[in-house]
Design a binder for this molecule. Structure first.
Ligand SMILES: [Zn+2]
Ligand SMILES: [Zn+2]
Length: 390
């Protein structure tokens, strides 16, 4: 470890300094691959993104062929032709605008730990190049501005603060604020605090685009089967392919969208939803026993694991009601500056999904969270004592 590297206060405790490559069982987002800060991206990481762009662009010649031959030449309905064309191109534009936002924006840079107060233990521990002496740390009475000494609040790979709900992505080699998941399809980047609204916007735009094209083409197919001689013979083939692809995309992207709408309404990230053991990092201190405080996943026996899963099923740690949960994701600003204007905010939401609310480092908790966590801690200790006696 180099002397120039800023140290967390945790390192003052002899023997407690973890190895850089070490891994806590509760760091469910980290693995042993690619855990170097700032993994470089290779050309092949962009291949899935090119496939996504190709899938979005490829149907357009067929769509134009269907609209031209069916609505304009066969039905002689130029108004329908123009309206369908505008709606389809509008959805395509919205899909591309949010795709660009997802690819171009940083998903959630973790701010450096700063401290304006030289006695601020928590802030001084993390950055700005300031290290504090043990004496200063022990004499300090000021509460830390952000307690990076709590379990899981310091990234052992980036060696930086890890705010609440931030996670280390092993693929990107960095921590991301409110990381939802790593998406190989959108430029091999994480979906995090700053890109999650755009990701939802992209899912919604593609789902509605696919559904709209399906409906238009299925209606055209019905007409083609009833009056086969009234329409160009190639047009039903285009309609059939577009209907099939549209239905498939509607089902796949629509179910993905539905899942993420559920996550937004309950204020969960994908990682938090699929990983019940993240709750262990939020438990109150446990009495001395075989379990560490907080306990590690590998220390838990089967009944204790079952207790954690049961608590996870009834506790959504950050759920503060669906209105506030939704407001947290879609926020009120444009993300382009400090000024807030309702028109610009709504334009941003419409065009690329807008911007999440707040700084992305602190989140209000469910009012029942502490009770459930205390119950879970007591249950784990009780089960541990039962195991010791038996
Ligand atoms: Zn990290
Ligand atoms: Zn990532």
């Amino acid at each position: 470890m180099s002397n120039s590297r800023p140290l967390p206060l945790l390192s003052f405790e002899p023997g407690s300094l973890p190895p850089i490559r070490g891994r806590s069982d509760n760091d469910y987002d980290a693995d042993d691959d690619g855990d170097r800060p700032g993994n470089p991206r290779r050309w092949y990481h962009y291949v899935p993104l090119c496939i996504v762009v190709l899938l979005l662009l490829a149907p357009h010649p067929s769509i134009f062929h269907v609209l031209l031959n069916y609505h304009y030449l066969t039905l002689r309905a130029p108004l329908y032709f123009v309206v369908h064309l505008l709606i389809i191109y509008a959805f395509s534009f919205l899909a591309f605008s949010s795709l660009i936002a997802c690819v171009a924006r940083d998903p959630g840079p973790v701010p450096e730990a700063k401290s304006e107060d030289p006695h601020d233990v928590g802030g001084s521990s993390g950055g700005g190049g300031g290290e504090i002496s043990i004496e200063d740390a022990l004499l300090s009475t000021a509460p830390p501005s952000d307690d990076y000494l709590q379990p899981g609040r310091w990234c052992r790979i980036c060696w930086k603060p890890k705010p609440e709900r931030a996670h280390h992505c092993s693929q990107c080699g960095r921590c991301v604020l409110k990381m939802d998941h790593h998406c190989p399809w959108l430029g091999a980047k994480c979906i995090g605090f700053r890109t999650y609204p755009s990701f939802l916007h992209f899912l919604a735009s593609v789902t509605f685009l696919a559904a709209y094209v399906s409906v238009v083409c299925i209606r055209g197919l019905v007409f083609a089967f009833s009056k086969p001689l009234a329409i160009n013979e190639l047009t039903p083939v285009h309609m059939l392919l577009l209907s099939f692809a549209g239905c498939a995309f509607t089902l796949v992207m629509g179910s993905f969208l539905g899942y993420h709408v559920y996550l937004v309404l309950t204020n969960q990230t994908t990682l938090e939803h699929i990983s019940p053991f993240y709750l262990l990092n939020h438990l109150p201190p446990l009495p001395p026993s075989r379990l560490s405080s907080p306990p590690q996943e590998r220390q838990l026996a089967y009944p204790q694991r079952r207790a954690v899963r049961a608590a996870h099923s009834r506790l959504r740690l950050y759920d503060v009601g669906w209105r506030r949960n939704t407001a947290q994701v879609f926020g009120s600003g444009t993300g382009l500056g400090p000024k807030r204007c309702w028109f610009a905010a709504w334009a941003a939401r419409l065009l690329w999904g807008g911007n999440s609310c707040g700084s992305g480092t602190q989140f209000p908790r469910n009012s029942h969270a502490e009770d459930v966590l205390v119950e879970l801690a007591a249950e784990l200790v009780r089960l541990e004592n039962n195991t010791d006696r038996s």
